[in-house]
Ligand binder design. Structure first.
Ligand code: ATP
Ligand code: MG
Length: 386
């Protein structure tokens, strides 16, 4: 019978939390495979997917590769753990001239042959059937695994497919992703979700300075993220008035600093309102003027109670782009629609602002009223995983 073996990895390190992590992971696997027909079984702490139609295997594997907390998986053949049955199955293996090694693991000690001896027997069998292949115990091109387990079943596989790793989504609580239309913030969301943080998202737009397409692009990005992150509640807030006010009343070089401080204040209010425990941004140290150490000090300073997670902080743009390609958000991120940050963009934004300077500039606007106004016009879109 064709099955898929699942491996959890880091979960096993979590001691008494293990049950919680494991049940969350199982729930997430089921939600990811919704609509598929299959059976998920656990025997002696090992999870096996079976009873799916063979032509769906690749699709199921691709879906499982997006589940955080899964470390690897192997499509395998399950047979009864009897010497001849296993040999029959192994006899079908084709090595196509490659070097190989057989690995036998025997959790079931009642199996009559030792792992070493059985590996040797099976190796000879494969050699007989594949005259062009040879055994290489050190750097084999093919690894053939035979796992004999306590449920008196043996699993034969030659491929260990790496999955996402990380922690099951939801295990680390829920945060608010500041989602722009750029490359970095979707990557930031993905990286935090990988550490188990569920996400809602917050986007600021400056309609009519920014277009409807700019907003649609963000909806599309959130949509793409749901592949990994599950359903996302997207909060959309008009930032037009805030920007007009700052533009009118503050020094141009402080435009971005003050804007970001107000974004952060609004974000914290949204966190409080919807019970979200952290703010996530796509900032990367030194990438632009608003992402220097000093700028981040000044923008982070308005946040009172939430941590700000910036998972891209130490990454080069190339590294961020690589992840963005791998999660399929890159092509959408580079569509040329403007972001609200580029509206009223000053020529020389201040690179090393101080908290004092920012507070000084904010005297000319009514910060609390502007934040309040932002919150009043909140629009919510529930984006469901397709
Ligand atoms: P990104 O590629 O994510 O847009 P960026 O390199 O363009 O990032 P900035 O525009 O300075 O950098 O934005 C830094 C971070 O601030 C973004 O990663 C995002 O988390 C947040 N942010 C910026 N603009 C918006 C917006 N319009 N709505 C919500 N969050 C935003
Ligand atoms: Mg941006």
């Amino acid at each position: 019978m064709n099955v898929i073996l699942l491996r959890f990895g880091e979960l096993y390190l979590k001691g008494h939390n293990r049950n919680y992590f494991e049940s969350t992971l199982i729930k997430n696997i089921k939600s990811m495979l919704e609509g598929e027909e299959y059976k998920l079984e656990s025997t002696f702490g090992r999870y096996v997917i079976s009873n799916y139609s063979q032509d769906k295997q690749n699709k199921i594997v691709e879906k499982l590769k997006k589940v955080f907390g899964l470390y690897s998986l192997s499509p395998a053949i399950e047979v009864n753990a009897e010497v001849d049955t296993i040999k029959n199955e192994v006899a079908k293996i084709e090595c196509k001239g490659k070097t190989f090694k057989v690995f036998v693991k025997r959790a079931d000690k009642s199996f009559p042959i030792s792992s070493m001896d059985f590996a040797k027997d099976l190796g000879e069998l494969i050699l007989n059937n594949n005259k062009n292949s040879s055994v290489d115990l050190y750097k084999p091109q093919c690894e053939i695994h035979v796992d004999i387990r306590m449920n008196h079943k043996a699993y034969i596989f030659d491929n260990i497919i790496k999955c996402q790793g990380g922690l099951p989504l939801g295990c680390s609580g829920k945060g608010l992703l500041l989602l722009s239309g750029g490359i970095d913030s979707p990557v930031a969301g993905y990286l935090m979700a990988k550490r188990g943080l569920e996400l809602e998202a917050l986007h600021f737009h400056s309609y009519p300075y920014t277009s409807e397409q700019a907003k649609d692009k963000v909806i599309k990005l959130a949509n793409l993220l749901t592949d990994y992150v599950g359903d996302i509640k997207l909060h959309i807030i008009s930032f037009t008035r805030v920007q007009e006010e700052i533009h009118k009343r503050c020094k141009p070089e402080f435009m971005i600093t003050i804007m970001r401080r107000i974004m952060m204040r609004v974000a914290e209010c949204i966190c409080e309102k919807y019970n979200l425990g952290a703010i996530v941004t796509g900032e990367s140290l030194g990438q632009v003027a608003s992402q220097t150490m000093q700028s981040m000090t000044v923008t982070g300073n308005v946040i009172k109670e939430k941590p700000i997670f910036r998972p891209c902080i130490a990454m080069d743009k190339e590294e961020i782009i690589e992840i963005s390609r791998s999660i399929n958000t890159y092509d959408t991120s580079i569509l040329p629609y403007e972001d609200c940050c580029t509206v009223f963009l000053p020529k020389n934004p201040i690179i090393k602002p101080t908290i004092k300077q920012a507070e000084n500039e904010e005297q000319y606007i009514d910060v609390d009223a502007l934040v309040e106004e932002c919150l009043e016009k909140e629009e919510i879109i529930n984006i469901m995983r397709e």
